[in-house]
Design a protein around this ligand. Structure first.
Ligand SMILES: Cc1cc2nc3c(=O)[nH]c(=O)nc-3n(C[C@H](O)[C@H](O)[C@H](O)COP(=O)(O)OP(=O)(O)OC[C@H]3O[C@@H](n4cnc5c(N)ncnc54)[C@H](O)[C@@H]3O)c2cc1C
Length: 335
């Protein structure tokens, strides 16, 4: 069989690897306008922590995506080459001074090996009037490492990589490809004329702070996430429908002030880089099939897999598995 996977962010690469895994003798082309450092995925802090608002078509499918994704990342972090694939285990505190519901996460409660409320003593680890808190152990994926690792693996499995911007899905030949997987993130807004896809702008600062070993979240979208090589991601911001890709100096000041208030030793951490990304948000992540007609009028199977918002690293292995499963169903029923 022959497949095209559109998009080389975390969702496209997860899907491409899953297609090769399920159909080992197939020809797979990974086609994207941008790769690696030029994708939104590269900006992600990469923690496995779905927001409570994350949603697939229904609760059962959404939970399956979470469970499959966690199993995938947890397996990778136990492998010998985990430092190359960029996956590690991480413990985190979430604090709030305003509302107990902020520190609870119904997706994580039943899924992670360790998830519990903070003790009174833990609520005073960081400066601040913290009234509520939770503590959990999860995984973190450094996408800069994982995307290189995944693309290498894809090419070693005879996958073909093509740099190209696609303007219409129907430019694919339905006779040549058994299916096209559309993992274009925010690009799906134009490609599918999908007005439900909107950006949620996020800005982060990467600092060198090897002494920070635990992650912290606090009110007003404040987070401190240690990754690989002593680099810690400080965040964050969330601006709905903003397309501004420039670093905003007021956002930088606000992020540093909030993070240093939480962990004062960060004041001596040096900046490695700052970055902005547009999270590809859709109220319900779109993983579904569609039967189009190509420009010759031939049927063209498209499986969409986009709209993961702020949780694409968390959930991409699960949605990729689901997308490939949908193709299997289409193929079996000869659609
Ligand atoms: C500041 C910030 C922090 C984040 N932190 C986390 C986190 O801790 N955990 C988490 O789970 N998620 C996090 N995210 C969210 C995560 O980054 C996204 O959900 C994820 O990167 C989406 O991946 P994607 O593959 O769908 O999109 P992208 O990475 O944007 O990739 C899209 C791909 O499609 C290609 N493409 C688009 N249109 C076309 C076209 N017409 N033709 C050809 N190619 C096309 C692009 O070139 C690119 O290769 C964060 C995001 C931001 C901005």
């Amino acid at each position: 069989m022959s497949f095209a996977v559109l998009g080389a962010g975390v969702c496209g690469l997860s899907t491409a690897l899953e297609v090769q895994n399920k159909y080992p003798n197939s020809k797979v082309s990974l086609i994207a306008e941008k790769f690696g450092r030029d994708t939104t995925s590269d900006v992600a802090a990469g923690i496995f922590r779905p927001g409570p608002s994350f949603s697939g078509p229904n609760e059962t499918v959404t939970r399956k995506w979470m469970n499959d994704s966690y199993a995938y990342w947890d397996k990778l972090r136990l492998r010998e080459d985990a430092s190359l694939s960029g996956v590690t285990q991480l413990s985190a505190y979430v604090f709030s001074s305003t509302d107990p519901s902020i520190v609870r996460n119904h997706f994580l409660e039943g899924l992670l090996p360790l998830y519990r409320p903070c003790t009174e003593e833990e609520l005073s680890i960081c400066p601040g009037d913290w009234k509520y808190g939770s503590f959990f152990t999860t995984v973190l994926t450094e996408c800069r490492l994982w995307q290189s690792w995944a693309q290498r693996k894809f090419e070693q499995n005879n996958g073909k990589v093509v740099q190209k911007q696609i303007t219409k899905l129907t430019e694919f030949n339905g006779k040549k490809y058994d299916a096209v997987f559309n993992c274009t993130g925010l690009g799906a807004q134009k490609l599918c004329n999908d007005v439900k896809v909107v950006p949620i702008r996020g800005q982060i600062i990467k600092v060198r702070a090897p002494w920070v070993k635990t992650a912290f979240y606090a009110d007003y979208d404040t987070y401190i996430l240690p990754g690989f090589g002593g680099i810690v991601t400080l965040g964050g911001t969330r601006s709905y429908e903003s397309y501004n890709m420039k670093i905003d100096k007021y956002d930088s000041l606000s992020i540093r002030e909030r993070c240093e208030a939480l962990v004062p030793s960060l004041a001596k951490a040096t900046v490695v880089r700052e970055a902005v990304g547009l999270r590809p948000y859709r109220s319900s992540v779109r993983v579904e099939h569609e039967l189009l007609k190509d420009s010759f009028g031939q049927p063209l199977r498209v499986i969409h897999n986009y709209g993961h918002g702020g949780y694409g690293v968390t959930t991409s292995p699960g949605t990729a598995a689901y997308a490939v499963h949908l193709f299997g169903e289409m193929h079996r029923s000869k659609l």
